[in-house]
Unconditional design. Sequence first.
Length: 149
Amino acid sequence: MAAGTLVEEGKLTWDRPIRESVPSIEFYDNALNNTVTLRDMLAHRTGVTRHDSIWYKSDYTAKDLFQRLKYLEPKEPPRQLFLYNNMMYAGVGYSIQLQSGKPWGDYVREKILSTRGSRCCRPQYCKARWNPRLRYQTARAKHAGGGNC
């Protein structure tokens, strides 16, 4: 939804290369730079495999992960095969930050959760849950009342 709101605002596009909207994003080679779209990234069809060891249990920030996309060599051509990849979602999240001027979690809270009357997600809960350095269980334990999660 967050990416979709920026598409509606004209800050991102679904089917043009994402580098047209976010020039600082870099992929492994120029073929990917000139081809990969926001839709490709969200649909797991970039041709790049998981690479979970880069982000899992790391201290990397969203920006750090975004900057590491350029090292992920594709195993297939784009749009040929579904290859699940969390790194592309990290890249989209940081692209949302670059285009909105707000970290992904803040943007989601402001543009999506608060406009829909969400009482479940309190700022400290959201912040903890969306921070890869904190465990979900810790965030749940600190969450006190205010709706059913």
